[in-house]
Design a protein around this ligand. Structure first.
Ligand code: HEC
Length: 134
């Protein structure tokens, strides 16, 4: 009987371990989830300060600047002429629908990032890419 109780207790304990493990994503911070999601962008963009731009411009410090401002990158006229500041709102609109938000831009991300949570995580990560502690 004692053995049976022990077995039941152990089973209950390991059942607790299960959901906690699979829920690891939920306890990860938005910035950390965004950093992982950025893998999708990393084929074209670096996010490291001082790195040369690749297929797309370096995104270090993108939050708070105007579109088209990275010096070593040859932007489309559409992106250079876009008249907004990259912040949580404009980045969300752009990532949801890159072609709709900046028509004729050259970022090849068909369909954008449809999942609002994923966009929010990406933006939380982009917001960490600054050398300004404030
Ligand atoms: C296939 C390559 C490619 C992928 C993948 C890609 N981008 Fe881009 N991105 C570009 C290019 C090229 C531009 C410049 C577009 C232009 O000049 O019209 C750009 C521009 C941008 C800009 C504007 C930057 C500035 O300096 O004004 C942001 C923000 C951006 N991308 C974010 C992202 C994010 C976030 C992802 C991932 C979800 C992503 N991009 C995925 C190629 C890509």
């Amino acid at each position: 009987m004692k053995k049976l109780i022990l077995t039941v207790v152990l089973a209950a304990l390991s059942a607790c371990g299960g959901p906690a493990d699979s829920g690891a994503d939920a306890i990860r911070s938005p910035e950390e989830r965004g950093r992982r999601a950025f893998g999708q962008c990393g084929a074209c963009h670096t996010a490291r300060e001082g790195d040369a731009s690749r297929i797309g411009p370096n995104l270090f410090g993108v939050v708070g600047r105007h579109p088209g401002e990275v010096e070593d990158f040859a932007y489309s006229t559409a992106m250079r002429d876009a008249d907004h500041v990259w912040d949580a709102v404009t980045l969300d609109a752009f990532l949801a629908d890159p072609e709709g938000y900046v028509p004729k831009n050259r970022m090849a991300l068909p369909g954008g990032v449809p999942d609002p949570q994923r966009r929010a995580d990406l933006i939380a990560y982009l917001q960490t890419l600054t050398s300004d502690p404030n």
